[in-house]
Unconditional design. Structure first.
Length: 275
């Protein structure tokens, strides 16, 4: 019998403190998968800073997904993923508006990294945007997004393991000794339970702001190369990344970030971060 599903409760929060007060705005475009969009956030924030402006964030829907069987379907972004990410974008103090791309000219087109001949299966996805706009290159070790916190989640370990980018060398049954909760899709939860003989609590997430609130509140996040890890990376919380060695295109950077490729690495880091 599955544990009762919990709905994430967020204390009603005001929009993040407004650090950007000028009336000037700049327009940016991002049409990639949720991970690409999230990894553009350091550059979006930096563009706001160097231009002393707030951002009108345009989300494009015309970028064809080059990844077979991706959850988003034929295109990188669809209505479901747009509605999921929009509340988190709107929460950021440097963003004044989030909208579907109206096909007007933009100041920064963060889709251009896809046209530069980069090997997108390796390296670090969050660095790619800096090759398009080298004038925006900066220290990527600092947080680039904000989120509320909720004290009721301060002692839990949050797990998110998707179907894609999985490392078969890691077994998670040791997590039965810890207070963990799982976030993810129904079949991802079922697969986790069946594969590792665990039945953790599950928290239902409706949008990326809720996800960011949970991650910003928890003791530790453990995940693979997914949009949920991208949120954790943007927040710079305590985080552990399961690396998919055939496609190692995500790297933790800055404080509190760790990654592993095998059981020894996983258990060593888990012990380090929970003691």
């Amino acid at each position: 019998m599955k544990p009762e599903l919990k709905q994430l409760q967020i204390e009603r929060a005001t929009i993040a403190d407004d650090e950007y007060t000028p009336s000037k705005t700049i327009r940016v475009l991002q049409s990639g998968h949720l991970g690409d969009l999230l990894y553009s956030m350091p550059w979006v924030k930096r563009a706001a800073e160097v231009n002393n402006a707030k951002v009108i964030f345009n989300v494009g829907f015309n970028e064809v997904s080059g990844t077979p069987n991706h959850p988003s379907g034929r295109f990188c972004i669809n209505d479901n993923t747009y509605n999921y990410i929009k509340p988190l974008l709107e929460y950021q103090s440097y963003i004044s508006k989030v909208q579907k791309h109206d096909h007007q000219l933009v100041d920064y087109n963060f889709d251009q990294f896809r046209r530069m001949g980069l090997n997108l299966a390796a390296g670090d996805l969050k660095r790619n945007h800096g090759y398009v706009y080298p004038e925006l290159q900066h220290d990527l070790s600092a947080p680039c997004i904000q989120a509320p916190t909720n004290k009721q989640y301060k002692d839990i370990i949050v797990i998110n393991l998707t179907d894609r980018y999985r490392n078969p060398k890691v077994d998670y049954r040791i997590l039965g000794n810890y207070h963990i909760v799982f976030v993810g899709l129904d079949h991802e939860y079922d697969n986790f339970c069946q594969r590792y003989y665990l039945k953790p609590e599950r928290i239902i997430i409706e949008n990326a702001l809720q996800m960011a609130t949970l991650l910003n509140s928890c003791k530790l996040f453990i995940g693979n190369q997914s949009s949920t890890f991208a949120i954790a990376e943007c927040l710079k919380i305590n985080r552990m990344l399961e690396v998919y060695t055939p496609c190692p295109n995500v790297m933790p950077m800055g404080a509190n970030g760790y990654d592993y490729i095998n059981q020894h690495g996983f258990e060593t880091l888990l012990k380090k971060l929970t003691n």
